[in-house]
Design a protein around this ligand. Structure first.
Ligand code: PRX
Length: 659
């Protein structure tokens, strides 16, 4: 390292606060500090600013309807169509030839869709879906990787008023079946396979296996041919080739269906405390307004930008910030099919350079991997087109933040560390890049109009520097409206903890721990429920546990998250073999690993499965999960004398450290 560089590193290491660069502020969409007060004083009408970013078929009468809290309704009386807002209106505005989606496949092929081309594709597929019998409000399941047909299918569903339920392609057959069953979904759009690190992966066999587990009749399955001759497969009677169907509908005109603001746009399943995934319901008006607004105010997106969010559309980040928010603003959204290190570790920077990406949004786990690979992979690429960087999904440690700031942003791009959830629909806590000072490691203040705080178990705000829980006092347009078919669970999961229903006071509880500083900046500490955050992906410990205890020969299991350098957290399983299986650890381990892959998918693969004859329990018989987390993380273990069986701790800890 040259001396200059060493000095720079040392300075960065020390620095706890960063001002947004002048050059950024000069052009930013939002620059006025007064926006916080403006929103507060004018709440909830302030949210008209978000709704104004959309084109409405019918103007709304009421911004917020709170008569049946916590079942809030936004922009009631308003009517609109999401696909019209993401496509037609840009074509009508003379931007038909602007690029909507710039797609790059892992093998290097590219596909470019202008707004007009994307609209044509969406209309053709919307006509196809209709012809298959899909009607307004039918849930269509989309089980696809990062190929252009995924956003096309989402927008086609939105066009005809059929909510989509996207299932992440990395999820297992069982996970697909569970979600289709829960949503009573009779239609599936999937593909034959896709490429990973140059290999053709079979996806259709997994989809077919999932379909076997669906307990109602599935009318039709549409299969995109991604792999051509690289994979032979046969289509069943109710299965159709995507290209053939679409060819029959080429040139179709499908008028966008007018939807009520509160009509469902999509369902997205996410993990919670219990074993069953929750179907988070998002609506057309509030969600679209909120994602468009946050894309404008936080990601600073403008129509002529090239913007890239490297998430997968199978998660909420991709829904909100690859598809709906950016396309509502008419920008160019980059989509990449593959992994960041194929064929080499500079793949992402090559894509940034080639496309002249202005704004880049990724996850801390990716940044930690880039750091580990080293800055030589960034140095050979011209990244000077970048003007803003973002992160999402998990806490970012200051070292990773500073690496991102220096090596990707060249100290010229602000970083927005955006805290939010599947349930919130869009960003909630983050700095506004043209307004606020940035503090690495802290997401920042709540966005204008978002009344979030950090409280103790009684709901009292904690002092600066003390740990507590995040709560949100006011509703916001992008919030989930309910859990599909389960209003009761919606209330008990999110509203019961801190609300006072008798006083009609409703407080949203996201189940995250946090600290707040004197300036009102919030540092997120992580989940306080039984959810593990692996590489920014949310996994329920109970889901994994039930897969493991389903294995013959395993009597009991506890699953916890342990610290991991790159993934943030990793899955650790502690399992007790049944009598007669004590000496068959290798076999049990293999079966348990398979069970987790089958029931959830490779993202949930345990880092380690530790076999023990007992789990550490309190005198009242509760498993000491905290202790198991500390063991998995290699932390100092506190006093264990209050355990019913303290002797077991050393035994387990030894096995974990041995690995
Ligand atoms: O714990 C928080 C963490 O991710 C959880 C939400 O996960 P999911 O619904 O899958 O959505 C992820 C993408 C929005 C939160 O409860 N989380 C998300 N963003 C951050 C974060 N933790 C710390 N900092 C963030 N910026």
């Amino acid at each position: 390292m040259s001396q200059d560089n060493a000095e720079l590193e040392a300075r960065l290491e020390e620095q706890a606060a960063f001002e947004p660069p002048e050059s950024f502020v000069e052009q930013a969409n939002v620059t006025d500090q007064g926006i916080y007060e403006e929103f507060e004083e004018n709440w909830p009408e302030c949210w008209e600013r978000a709704a104004d970013l959309l084109s409405w078929d019918e103007a709304y009468d009421t911004v917020l309807e709170d008569g049946d809290a916590p079942f809030y309704e936004w922009f009631t009386g308003g009517e609109l169509n999401a696909s019209y807002n993401c496509l037609d209106r840009h074509v009508e505005d003379g931007r038909a030839d602007s690029v909507a989606i710039e797609w790059e496949g892992e093998l290097g092929e590219t596909r470019t869709y202008t707004y007009e081309e994307l609209l044509d594709e969406v209309e053709d597929f919307a006509a196809t879906l209709r012809d298959l019998g899909v009607e307004e409000d039918d849930v269509v399941t989309l089980y696809m990787p990062m190929i252009p047909e995924l956003p096309i299918a989402m927008l086609a569903c939105a066009r005809i008023g059929a909510p989509h339920s996207v299932v992440f392609a990395g999820f297992s057959a069982d996970a697909l079946a569970t979600r289709m069953n829960s949503a009573d979904s009779e239609y599936l759009v999937t593909c034959d396979g896709y490429y990973r690190r140059g290999d053709a992966l079979d996806h259709i066999s997994k989809a077919n296996e999932g379909l076997e587990g669906v307990d109602h009749e599935v009318s039709d399955v549409v299969v995109v041919d991604r792999l051509g001759d690289d994979l032979d497969h046969e289509l069943a009677d109710n299965q159709h080739d995507y290209d053939e169907l679409v060819a029959d509908h080429e040139g179709s005109t499908v008028e966008p269906v007018t939807r009520d603001a509160e009509d469902m746009l999509f369902l997205m399943y996410t993990s919670g405390t219990t074993g069953k995934p929750k179907g988070v319901k998002h609506t057309t008006g509030g969600y679209l307004a909120y994602t468009a607004w946050t894309s404008h105010a936080v990601l600073d997106i403008e129509a002529d930008d090239t913007y890239w969010c490297s998430a997968d559309i199978g998660w909420i980040t991709g829904h909100s910030y690859i598809v709906y928010g950016p396309l509502a603003l008419g920008t160019t959204s980059v989509m990449y099919e593959g992994t960041p290190d194929y064929p080499d570790k500079d793949r992402l920077w090559e894509i940034v350079e080639k496309n002249g990406v202005d704004i880049f949004y990724t996850a801390p786990t990716a940044i930690r991997a880039f750091m580990k690979w080293g800055s030589e992979y960034t140095e050979n690429h011209d990244l000077s087109s970048l003007r803003l960087l973002g992160t999402v999904g998990e806490p970012i440690n200051p070292r990773a933040w500073k690496w991102y700031y220096k090596h990707i942003g060249n100290e010229e791009c602000p970083i927005v560390d955006t805290w939010w959830q599947t349930e919130t629909g869009g960003m909630m806590i983050t700095t506004l890049p043209g307004v606020n000072t940035m503090k690495p490691g802290s997401a920042g203040p709540p966005l204008p109009g978002i009344d979030a705080q950090v409280v103790d178990t009684e709901g009292e705000e904690v002092e600066a520097g003390r740990a507590g829980y995040v709560t949100v006092n006011n509703p916001w347009p992008g919030m989930l409206r309910t859990l599909y078919d389960n209003d009761e669970r919606f209330v008990s999961e999110y509203w019961e903890e801190y609300s006072d229903p008798d006083a009609d006071e409703w407080v949203y509880f996201p189940e995250d721990g946090a600290k707040i500083d004197e300036d009102g900046y919030i540092t997120i500490l992580g989940r306080v429920d039984d959810v593990i955050n692996v590489s920014g992906h949310r996994l329920g410990t109970m889901e994994i546990e039930s897969a493991v205890v389903g294995v013959e020969g395993i009597a009991e299991a506890a699953v916890v998250g342990g610290d991991h350098d790159v993934k943030g957290e990793a899955v650790y399983v502690y399992a007790i073999p049944e009598d007669g299986y004590e000496d068959r650890h290798a076999e049990l381990e293999e079966t348990a690993m398979e069970a987790v892959l089958d029931s959830i998918g490779p993202i949930a693969k345990p880092e380690q499965i530790v076999f023990t004859h007992e789990l550490p329990k309190t005198r009242s018989g509760k498993i000491m999960r905290r202790l198991l987390e500390d063991i998995a993380s290699g932390n100092e273990l506190g006093n264990t004398s209050t355990l019913r069986n303290p002797g077991v701790v050393d035994d387990i800890a030894e096995q974990v450290s041995d690995d």
